[in-house]
Design a binder for this molecule. Sequence first.
Ligand code: ASP
Ligand code: MG
Length: 462
Amino acid sequence: MKLVLKFGGTSVGNGTKISNVCEIVKKVKEDNQVIVVSSALQSTTDELLELAEYAKKGNVNEKIIDEISQRHHGAIKEIIKNNEIQNEVSGIISQLINELKKTVDGVIIVKELSDKTEDKIVSFGERLAVPIISAKLRDMGIESKFFTGGDVGIMTDDNFGNASPMMKVTQHNVKNNLSELIEHTVPVITGFIGETQQGDISTIGRGGSDFSASLIGMCLGVDEIWFMTDVDGLLTANPKIYPTAKTIPQLSYNEAVEMATMGAKGMHARALEPAKDANIPVRIKNTFKPEVDGTLINDEVIVKPDEITKAVASLNGLAMITIAGMNMVGNPGTAGEIFSMLGRNKINIIMISQSISEANITFLIKRENLRKAVSVLQVSLLGKSSVTDVTSDDEVCVVSIVGAGMKGTSGVAAKLFSAISEVNINVKMIAQGSSEQNISFVVQETDLKQTIEAIHKEFKMD
Ligand code: ASP
Ligand code: MG
């Protein structure tokens, strides 16, 4: 078989972990062709973003640069035995660290950080990771080469920070660049990174390595894509909130997409899109327990009568905005204006609801965008339209029950909301898409744990 193995940041956290990853690759490679996609070493992406923030204010943060440098050089010393390979890869890392310093110095001088430059800075996480993994594979006698996303042909638009790959061009390039090579060599490719038409580095959104892996898998028509992470698979609930949550053995693409959108294990919302389009099964597996089957995601829709809902997903860090005005009733155009205004300001809307009275529209955004969203809307709507009020609530979260069996089954919503009302939790907003594979609703963030417990119990997900 032909497989893409994607390793997340926690899987490649340090030298020992990188060795473990390479052992997995070696084993899988015995009877398969393997393409490796890797995230940055644990914490590195967050640190790079912090470094960029410092630079923007005109400050250098030597500590972060030293830490990043030591993390990577330390891993090399720890795991690469062959002197020649060790020297070669240390040289590459030193060169990248220098390039990082220069980029940061540029920002410090001008005290200005464009999205483009931020992408360049944050790209160093993955770019520093892949030479080490590839070197360790060579150290173990496995032929390997490392690449950036741009090297293999992932071309994106220039929406830096959240760029979208151009599918057709990318598919053409990746196929041309890698098809032959993978017959004898293990490519180790940076996740998260692409390149614009102008040749600038772009990133495809936090957690984007999953998306990269799925994309590369689609381009090469692989048999399976494995997301190697630090949990056993997708769980019935977030284990940090509900510790006894169970691993779900199988989900259809659509069910898993609903969960990914809801932030399941931090998976990128678009991670499954290419795999689904190309009908390639995805497995979510634990790097530290590779023998466990994990969760299989494929095109099979399995509905058992006692498993109408398969999981309860949740997303925190959100804010809810309500736009109100009596004259909005029967007055077309207000919703259009609101949403295009937010779109122009690159504020993503997570959930929308409008009651039939039409006197208000409520929607959900990330909390970090709240100030900007409220001010943009107030400035453009108050006094100039039928809107009289823009209010917000910044301590909310969204909970969603997911399962293909909900489609066409009556009584699920009744069961859900009576279970919640029994524990006295107030529901602030509800939405159900026409896919009927999820019901999402908003509660106060402090009620999240109790809400999940009540649902898990009611739908017997244990
Ligand atoms: N390193 C990037 C991040 O932390 C991409 C990824 O891990 O998937 O968001
Ligand atoms: Mg990650």
